[in-house]
Design a protein. Structure first.
Length: 232
């Protein structure tokens, strides 16, 4: 299906490998529910302080100020790096105690297996923090549940840049110079991200999953759209 058989598959997460609803309806509410008790019990914990102090000083001045700021950012879906790091910290407990498990689409785990068998390098690029990405893929509904051994690398908006900018994909490709950009395939539900990857020289398809927003007019004419990894 790709013009050149890809040797790297670069994957978005939300709306691509798992439903958007998992993030908005499960992960976000879990973080908000866990936040007050975490702030109360961990405020002076050296392990937590690094997350607290990553926030702007006026918001890290007190537990109430930080909680209010987190709620505001999450209500507006602001992708601040310090918020993403804190969310990953909050989710870690939920994953470890079994309350959280990533509901991958059923075609994802089998495709990871076949890509790995064929020597295709699997890399993740998401707006979620690196820690949150690794937690998600370590605790899935797949068999095996831990898919991290199949993943070669992880990128987020901190170490790569914003996902709608071509320079971010160039930066990612520069970390794996043994494979030229045109042998990369980026898969995402976001049209602007797909277009940015293409501008960086990568192949890129739109992934349209159940629960995703309707695609913009003309998107299907301008880009390849797949509804399952089984089509790849």
């Amino acid at each position: 299906m790709a013009s050149t058989t890809p040797r790297v598959v670069l994957l978005d997460i939300e709306g691509t490998v798992c439903p958007i609803s998992f993030v908005k309806d499960v992960l976000f509410p879990y973080a908000l529910e866990a936040l007050p008790e975490t702030l109360r019990t961990q405020w002076h914990n050296p392990e937590f302080i690094k997350y607290r102090d990553a926030f702007p000083p006026e918001h890290a001045a007190s537990q109430d100020a930080l909680a209010d700021h987190v709620k505001d950012l999450m209500s507006r879906d602001v992708k601040a790096s310090y918020l993403k790091s804190l969310q990953g910290y909050l989710w870690e407990t939920g994953y470890h105690n079994g309350q959280l498990k990533a509901p991958l689409f059923p075609d994802v785990e089998p495709k990871f297996t076949s890509w790995t068998k064929d020597g295709v390098r699997i890399i993740i690029y998401s707006s979620g923090s690196l820690a949150a990405q690794k937690l998600l893929f370590r605790h899935t509904n797949g068999n095996p549940a831990d898919l991290t051994p199949a993943i070669a690398d992880y990128f987020d908006t901190v170490n790569a840049g914003l996902k709608a900018e071509a320079s971010s994909y160039e930066r990612i490709a520069a970390q794996h110079t043994d494979i030229p950009a045109d042998e990369w395939l980026f898969l995402s539900d976001n049209v602007k991200e797909v277009e940015a990857a293409k501008r960086a020289g990568m192949q890129s398809f739109i992934v349209q999953r159940p629960g995703n927003a309707e695609l913009p007019e003309g998107a299907r004419e301008q880009h390849k759209v797949v509804e399952s990894f089984a089509e790849l």
